[in-house]
Design a protein around this ligand. Structure first.
Ligand SMILES: C[S@@+](CC[C@H](N)C(=O)[O-])C[C@H]1O[C@@H](n2cnc3c(N)ncnc32)[C@H](O)[C@@H]1O
Length: 527
């Protein structure tokens, strides 16, 4: 092995136990000093906000408990202390089982109970909800496929609509979490099945609250966001725009895939999917995208195992087209994470040239490895950076043709997939994130040669993480010029609607474009 190859290998190796401990310690110190925690999936969460949210939740729960203890039905509730004791011991909370009144309802009653146990853990907001749901379902093999779907959908429905649900759930009796679960389950379980699985009084309550006129609630409550997030969206989009955006962000996301042109074509994949009983339609804007009907499991299909497709939201696919990668170029995907966009860029380069996948998280880059193996790409070099100012970045200064910066951000544009984010972060994280984003943009932009292209992107819908960061960069760096994203995409025969362009920047929004919320700026180095 050459020296160069040895060095390359060590950049991308899995972190040792010692490295992981050191990184955990650094993270802890960063959190304790009020910093931003970058979550497992790349989304940044403020530790301060997390602590505040947990305190607010505990207060809300204890107020609820107090109310219940003073009500006539106090004896029906499990005590808060019991929850606390079990939580301290690392055990799942005790939740009273409510038996189904009919034999047919027994199975669903079990699911509702499971959802209530899980919800109590999820609402602590000390871990990502998707991870908690997966862990719970992994540990409860007794739940069948449909049961798992109901449990997961119920939890997600509560996370999406928690504010309206909590408002509605002020009436009724018993544990608040049980009422939240009933409201969540009602969104994914047919009425007659619900009726068979819950107590008559609960059914009656559900019927009553279904008639509650939510339009009488304040816009912030209807948005199902915290007051501070709703105010932030209102400042950017106006109250009506913020409500429409929030409403769309509170829906479930469709399942999009990108066809890997190294292995197949969109038509061939469509036919193969059809043979497996999966319907798909072409994505409206992304030329290699297919939108699937429902949420079929893909992992075992040939098109997936052979690397012909990757799961990728249509908006995310458009960001990689914006970069306009070509054969033989030198390109960096600066915040590559698990490589969703790296794979798309590598295929656009037809597996030629050199594509650097940079990230500060070695464990995320490690997840790119099996995806690379499936994709058939061999032009990608993963590099785990110490920071955006790593000397290995500096050494490549002025040498690259293009750089994509998929910056760490609040992730507000992905609430359809990660609804817990809106409760887990607070507005205080934004100032720290903007500073990090500016620092990454400054460092990464230096990589391109004169005439080279930089695409700065986020999955945030907030100007503070988007146009404000880029505008400030352009002001301080007159040797970079903004390129209109419409022109950049038109070169690839992608005709963006007017609504997706704001001051030359790309702004994808779920209520307008049926994608996750994404922002992107295309910059050219001119001097
Ligand atoms: C939005 S995620 C990237 C998602 C990825 N591009 C994809 O398509 O799957 C942001 C990434 O930025 C990384 N990151 C955070 N701080 C960074 C820094 N200072 N330099 C480089 N990467 C950083 C995070 O580890 C995270 O993987």
């Amino acid at each position: 092995m050459t020296e160069q190859n040895k060095a390359r290998k060590s950049y991308s190796k899995k972190p040792s136990k010692k490295e992981r401990l050191a990184s955990d310690l650094a993270k802890k110190e960063r959190i304790e000093s009020g910093g931003v925690l970058i979550r497992e999936d790349g989304v940044a969460v403020s530790a301060v906000a997390l602590a505040a949210r947990r305190a607010a939740l505990e207060q809300a729960m204890s107020e609820e408990q107090l109310q219940a203890e003073h009500s006539d039905h106090a004896h029906e509730r499990p005590t808060r202390n019991k929850h606390k004791q079990r939580a301290q011991a690392g055990l799942s909370p005790v939740v009273t089982k409510i038996e189904a009144p009919t034999a047919t309802g027994r199975r669903l009653a079990q699911c509702l109970w499971a959802a209530q146990v899980l919800l109590l853990d999820v609402l602590k907001f000390d871990a990502a909800a998707d991870k908690q749901v997966s862990k719970y379902l992994r540990e409860h093999k007794e739940l069948g496929a449909r049961d798992r779907h109901i449990v997961a959908e119920t939890i997600y429905a509560v996370l999406r609509q928690k504010r309206v649900f909590s408002n509605v759930a002020q009436s009724g009796q018993g544990a608040l979490e049980r009422r939240l679960v009933l409201l969540g389950a009602k969104t994914c379980v047919p009425d007659e099945q619900m009726n068979a699985a819950i107590e008559p009084a609960e059914w009656e309550w559900l019927q009553q609250v279904s008639k509650v006129d939510t339009s009488a609630m304040s816009p912030a409550v209807r948005s199902n966001l915290t007051d501070e997030w709703f105010a932030e969206l209102t400042a950017a989009y106006g109250e009506e725009g913020a409500l429409q955006l929030a409403y769309a962000l509170n829906q479930t996301a469709p399942l999009d895939i990108r066809v890997n042109t190294m292995k197949s074509s969109r038509e061939a994949v469509k036919i193969a999917l059809n043979h497996s009983g999966i319907e798909s339609v072409d994505c409206a804007l992304a030329p290699l995208g297919l939108r699937l009907a429902g949420k079929p499991a893909l992992q075992k299909l040939d098109v997936f195992t052979t690397g012909s497709v990757e799961v990728q939201d249509e908006g995310s696919q458009l960001l990689t087209h914006l970069l306009g990668a070509k054969r033989g170029e030198m390109i960096a995907d600066f915040c590559a994470g698990a490589g969703g966009k790296t794979l798309a860029i590598g295929a656009m380069m037809k597996n030629t040239g050199r594509l650097y996948a940079f990230d500060v998280a070695a464990h995320r880059l490690a997840k790119l490895k099996p995806r690379l193996a499936r994709s058939g790409l061999s032009n990608v070099q993963t590099v785990a950076l110490d920071s955006e100012n790593d000397s290995r970045v500096k050494r490549l200064s002025g040498k690259l043709d293009r750089v994509l910066i998929d910056a760490p951000c609040s992730g507000l544009g992905t609430l359809r997939r990660n609804p817990d984010l809106k409760w887990r972060h607070g507005i205080d994280s934004i100032a720290r994130l903007s500073a990090l984003q500016a620092s990454i943009l400054n460092s990464a932009a230096r990589l391109v040669k004169v005439g080279g292209t930089v695409v700065y992107a986020t999955c945030s819908v907030l100007p503070a993480e988007n146009q404000n960061v880029v505008d400030a960069f352009l002001k301080a760096n007159p040797n970079y010029e903004k390129q209109d994203v419409r022109a950049a995409l038109a070169v690839q025969n992608i005709d963006l609607p007017e609504s997706a362009i704001s001051d030359g920047y790309l702004q994808l929004l779920p209520h307008k474009h049926e994608t996750d919320g994404f922002f992107a700026a295309c910059l050219k180095r001119v001097g």
